[in-house]
Design a protein around this ligand. Structure first.
Ligand SMILES: Cc1cc2nc3c(=O)[nH]c(=O)nc-3n(C[C@H](O)[C@H](O)[C@H](O)COP(=O)(O)OP(=O)(O)OC[C@H]3O[C@@H](n4cnc5c(N)ncnc54)[C@H](O)[C@@H]3O)c2cc1C
Length: 379
């Protein structure tokens, strides 16, 4: 598999990161959203990489998006902003949106003028997303939304919200519908602070109390919501795997540099076989994750169903990123335990990868269902 290298976008990303790094560290320390960096990502075309130019995007291919996710993967708060905007919001809009919906939302999202959020999870509906309780009641030419969402990325900074709600609870998953809500409709949000990692990325709750949405803002058809939610997560899982690859690359690069520079027993620690073993295990985890990710992307781009490949890539790469971040700290010794060293942040940031867009347990059940033909997690 030889994906296009996309050297230019990689170089652009590296230059952006060099400039952004000091400011990002401050936003991380303050748990503040890095608006100026997000605006810059928008100007550089990072927030609509694969969106066609006529819809305001950079018009590149999906591999360019993967390249960017790898480059930004070591800066997980920024990587998260990139993937929420594109995998979770722009992808379903492009796939299911009407011409009017695309014209209304895609250009502003692709240019980073506004941010979007993907509202599936609720306090009582996490892994079991189909049990969501948010209701949408039809009233003539609009719907009225009532409910709550939690753990939503971009909740407090987004203007556009993809909200999944039940229009027909009797029909189970087939009674779920996707809506395009806007902050101006009366969507209320509140921040959730104190995360272990992704400290500069926004997370919050969404409150929908009598929010009226015109019927033209249903995405897909009534009852298509769960299908849209799951197909969106397939792309999301690939982007998390690519982000994990980037995190591992950063952890390995930092560990290699440190191992060559740090001396003990009169030699660089890189000369010790047990330190080399850490570095070797890190490299193998990184490359295996990269191959699984590229395999999933290639299948998606051939237009084939890639749910299995996306789950395998997400499961392996997210667990591998945690192993790699652990080893990175081990190579750094006590110094790695201090925030002054970047590997401390990588260790914290790696932790989210096995949790969101389907926990590792859920990925195993998706893979198990493909193997056995039996879904272990249906009601
Ligand atoms: C920082 C952050 C950002 C997020 N961003 C978004 C977002 O933008 N949009 C959105 O909709 N959601 C978002 N989420 C929510 C995320 O997707 C959920 O947290 C995740 O799906 C798990 O749900 P839960 O936290 O309720 O855990 P639970 O579902 O309660 O799971 C708890 C544990 O039980 C296990 N478990 C559950 N069911 C089974 C089963 N059948 N078999 C075996 N084990 C099982 C899980 O694997 C896990 O180990 C975000 C979460 C975080 C932390």
């Amino acid at each position: 598999m030889n994906p296009p290298e996309h050297k230019e976008i990689r170089q652009l990303a590296r230059r952006f990161l060099e400039e952004a790094e000091p400011a990002l560290a401050e936003y991380e320390a303050r748990e503040a959203f890095p608006w100026p960096l997000v605006r810059r990502m928008g100007e550089l075309g990072f927030l609509g990489v694969f969106v066609p130019e006529e819809l305001g995007g950079a018009g590149l291919d999906f591999w360019a998006y993967i390249a960017l996710l790898e480059e930004l993967g070591g800066y997980a708060s920024l990587r998260s902003i990139l993937s929420v905007q594109q995998s979770l919001v722009l992808t379903p809009l492009l796939a299911y949106g009407t011409q009017d919906q695309k014209e209304r939302y895609v250009p502003r999202l692709a240019r980073g003028e506004v941010l979007g959020a993907y509202g599936l999870t609720e306090p009582e509906a996490g892994s079991d997303a189909g049990s969501l309780r948010t209701r949408a009641y039809r009233e003539r030419d609009h719907y009225v939304l009532e409910g709550q969402k939690t753990f939503i990325s971009h909740a407090n900074v987004a203007e556009v919200f993809l909200i999944f709600a039940k229009t027909d609870p009797e029909k189970g998953n087939k009674g779920i519908t996707a809506f395009l809500a806007e902050r101006e409709d009366g969507v209320r949000t509140t921040p959730l602070k104190g995360k272990l990692g992704l400290k500069a990325a926004d997370t919050g709750m969404i409150f929908l109390e009598g929010v009226r949405i015109p019927k033209e803002r249903v995405l897909g058809g009534e009852g298509d919501g769960f299908k849209i939610a799951l197909s969106t997560l397939d792309t999301g899982r690939i982007s998390l795997a690519a982000g994990a690859v980037g995190l591992m690359q950063r952890a390995l690069d930092l560990s290699l540099a440190y191992a060559k520079e740090r001396h003990q027993f009169g030699r660089p620690i890189a000369a010790f076989q047990l330190v080399q073993a850490h570095l070797a295990e890190m490299k193998v985890d990184l490359e295996a994750s990269r191959l699984l990710t590229y395999q999933a992307v290639a299948k998606k781009l051939r237009g084939e169903r890639y749910t299995l490949e996306a789950s395998m890539a997400k499961l392996f790469a997210s667990e591998a990123a945690n192993r790699v971040a652990y080893r990175a700290i081990q190579v750094h010794g006590g110094y790695g335990f201090f925030e002054e060293y970047e590997v401390a942040r990588l260790y914290r940031d790696a932790r989210i990868l096995t949790l969101y867009e389907g926990t590792s347990e859920i990925q195993k059940l998706v893979i198990g269902a493909h193997l056995t033909g039996i879904r272990a997690f249906s009601h």
